[in-house]
Design a protein around this ligand. Structure first.
Ligand SMILES: Cc1cc2nc3c(=O)[nH]c(=O)nc-3n(C[C@H](O)[C@H](O)[C@H](O)COP(=O)(O)OP(=O)(O)OC[C@H]3O[C@@H](n4cnc5c(N)ncnc54)[C@H](O)[C@@H]3O)c2cc1C
Length: 385
């Protein structure tokens, strides 16, 4: 494994860096955690925390952050190689909520006190964040959110409901969008609050996914009292911070490394497959190569200080379509064997059905494919105008 299009583009120093990351993952990652990630299972809380702490000890806990906040200072190619190797090496996916989502919001828009307190805690895996954006009736149309926060003295009093809150059962903190005021547009009057999940008035109800796992939750907030200093940036500007955050969330879903790993598993299982299936696997490989080159093109543009327009939407859309295609092809390659829930350890079908089912959600979370297509079309039409 490892022969992919980027190999031909790397110089000796980049090759050496890549080898260092690969060796670190090989030598540091516990076998069970690697196996779980390899089979597409949700990592356990312990696996995630242990891995994040190992990364912290190595100085790699938040690679994308500016150096002054503990980032690595890697150039875009090294950042890409790191993510790629984590996917290829089946490292547990460190929840993006801390390092990729609220962390960058805080070092960009947060107060000094918020930066000093939260940023080191995110790197050391002392906090587990969840994302309180979606509500019943406010998913794609996020500006329809109804959860309110009213200012009473030096507190915000929060009332409302969030839904689809991933891993909230592990979280001790939530970044939430709440309505704090009015405005002529619905996007006005939305603010971002940092909420302690141990606060009185927070109730969690699990939602069991189609794969049988518990990763989703409903979160009910009744008169939850939040200190005013837990407001991010300015009141009423939460929509801007959310858009900034969502672009980071979407790029993180691309998953080229994981998809390359899936492709290798698929090729192993489909060695004796008919020409029709082999052709579909070749097509998926070509699509993945095109995605990888597109991602590299965006990285190069960012390194030159240029914007990438709707690039995050393009990566999210294609990345998840390819992920779904690969889980479908794995199922096809296994035939009837793939239909067994909970295949035993060591069986070819282990984890395949569960991952296939859970992955149906990838074209919904982080903004559905239809919404991404709308954003891409709008950007393209604006460019052409
Ligand atoms: C596994 C999973 C994890 C999630 N984790 C989180 C989380 O941690 N925190 C969080 O806040 N949210 C989370 N979400 C919620 C996710 O962001 C929303 O599900 C998503 O934005 C879609 O919103 P919705 O479910 O309300 O569907 P709706 O918005 O009701 O959409 C229903 C359908 O209509 C289509 N549609 C809607 N509007 C348009 C339009 N304008 N043009 C074309 N088609 C449209 C959609 O594409 C979709 O097919 C998660 C969702 C899933 C499935």
């Amino acid at each position: 494994m490892g022969a992919d299009p980027i190999d031909a583009l790397l110089g000796p120093e980049e090759q050496a860096f890549r080898a260092e990351v690969r060796a670190f993952i090989r030598d540091t990652l516990p076998a069970q955690a690697r196996r779980n990630a390899d089979l597409g299972r949700h990592a356990t809380k312990d696996e995630v925390l242990q891995w994040q702490r190992a990364l912290y000890a190595k100085g790699w806990a938040a690679p994308t952050w500016p150096k002054e906040y503990g980032g690595t200072g890697w150039d875009p190619v090294r950042l890409y190689l790191f993510t790629l190797e984590c996917g290829l090496g089946s490292a547990p996916k460190v929840p993006a909520f801390g390092t990729k989502m609220i962390g960058p919001v805080l070092y960009t828009f947060g107060s000094k006190a918020q930066k000093d307190f939260y940023l080191p805690r995110i790197q050391r895996a002392e906090d587990w964040w969840c994302q309180g954006f979606s509500e019943p009736g406010a998913g794609s149309d996020l500006a329809a959110l109804q959860t309110r926060a009213d200012r009473v003295g030096d507190r915000w009093i929060v009332n409302g409901q969030k839904i689809w809150t991933t891993k909230a059962q592990h979280a001790n903190r939530m970044f939430a969008l709440v309505r704090t005021g009015g405005g002529t547009r619905r996007q006005e009057g939305i603010s971002m609050l940092l909420i302690d999940m141990d606060s009185p008035g927070i109730e969690l109800r699990p939602i069991i996914g189609i794969d049988g796992s518990h990763s989703l939750n409903e979160v009910f907030l009744t008169d939850v009292s939040v200190p005013v200093e837990n407001l991010v940036g300015e009141a009423g500007r939460g929509w801007d911070y959310a858009r900034f955050l969502l672009a980071n969330e979407r790029s993180d879903i691309t998953g080229v490394g994981r998809s390359r790993r899936q492709l290798a598993r698929l090729r192993g299982l489909a060695a004796d497959a008919d020409a029709g299936l082999l052709a579909q696997i070749a097509e998926a490989d070509i699509a993945l190569t095109a995605l990888e080159l597109t991602e590299l093109r965006y990285l190069a543009a960012q390194a030159r200080g240029e914007g990438i327009g709707a690039g995050a939407s393009i990566l999210k859309l294609r990345g998840t379509e390819i992920q779904q295609e690969l889980t479908r092809l794995l199922r096809e390659a296994l035939g009837a064997d793939a239909l067994r829930h909970g295949a035993a350890p060591g069986e070819g079908a282990e984890g395949v059905l569960e991952e296939y089912l859970y992955n149906r959600a990838s074209t919904i979370y982080g903004g559905s494919s239809e919404i991404q297509r709308g954003l891409i079309a709008r950007a393209a039409l604006a460019e052409g105008a």
